[in-house]
Design a protein around this ligand. Structure first.
Ligand code: G3P
Length: 220
């Protein structure tokens, strides 16, 4: 399972890359707005130190606009993935950009039928938003299960399931159990994956007992 980081915070990203757990990055207009930085400069900077796919989202809603924006953004770096919304024009843009050799992430997926369309349109990634489904009283993980089942039935589909809108560590575990190809994880949640109170307690106990021995490793 690949871990992408869902952020446009370049400094945060640099420190996460050092952990060795960052396989790619996703951004969206909200994350760019939150960063307060220039969109294209931010994508270029991220691509300079992240080797994996870096998603940059178009904001046009019509086909011609999406294609123009997508082609423009794709020139920033070879690892830019163009993010398009799951609409009629978005999937037309997905098909064209894919045929041109550009990687495409179809975003804002909330149903298995939508994920089926994205795969047929040749998407590189489909992004089901599991947290936002949970927010409205549906069950995000059921959607992932359905998409995994459908895609497995058709080996010709090459679309990777990129679970998005991850809200807590358990979401990551659930996605891994179901076989999602990628989880795009907010920085705070990626850091939480390390945590368990018994790990902290165990370290404390071991160090306290070690102190009693009076020994030091590397002292000889
Ligand atoms: O990047 C898309 C997705 O991960 C957004 O998540 O938390 O805004 O629902 P969220």
């Amino acid at each position: 399972m690949k871990f992408f980081v869902d952020t446009a915070d370049v400094e945060e990203l640099r420190s996460l890359v050092e952990t060795g757990f960052v396989d790619g990055v996703t951004t969206n207009p909200t994350l760019i707005a939150r960063s307060g930085r220039d969109f294209e400069a931010t994508i270029a900077e991220i691509c300079s130190f992240v080797a994996g796919p870096v998603s940059a989202e178009v904001t046009a809603l019509d086909l011609d606009g999406m294609l123009a924006e997508g082609r423009h953004l794709a020139k920033i770096a070879p690892n830019v993935t163009i993010k398009v919304p799951l609409t009629v024009d978005g999937l037309k843009a997905c098909r064209s950009l894919t045929q041109e050799g550009t990687s495409v992430n179809v975003t804002l997926c909330f149903s298995a039928a939508q994920a089926l369309l994205a795969a047929k349109a040749g998407a590189t990634f489909i992004s089901p938003f599991i947290g936002r489904l949970d927010d409205v009283g549906e069950t995000g993980r059921n959607l992932i299960q359905e998409i995994v089942e459908i895609y497995r039935n058709y080996p010709e589909f090459e679309t990777q399931i990129l679970a998005a809108s991850i809200r807590h560590p358990l979401h990551v575990v659930e996605m891994a159990r179901m076989g999602a190809d990628v989880a795009t994880i907010p920085p705070k949640i990626l850091r939480q994956l390390y945590d368990h109170p018994l790990t902290d307690k165990g370290i404390e106990m071991f160090l306290s007992d070690w102190k009693k021995t009076g020994q030091k490793i590397l002292s000889k």
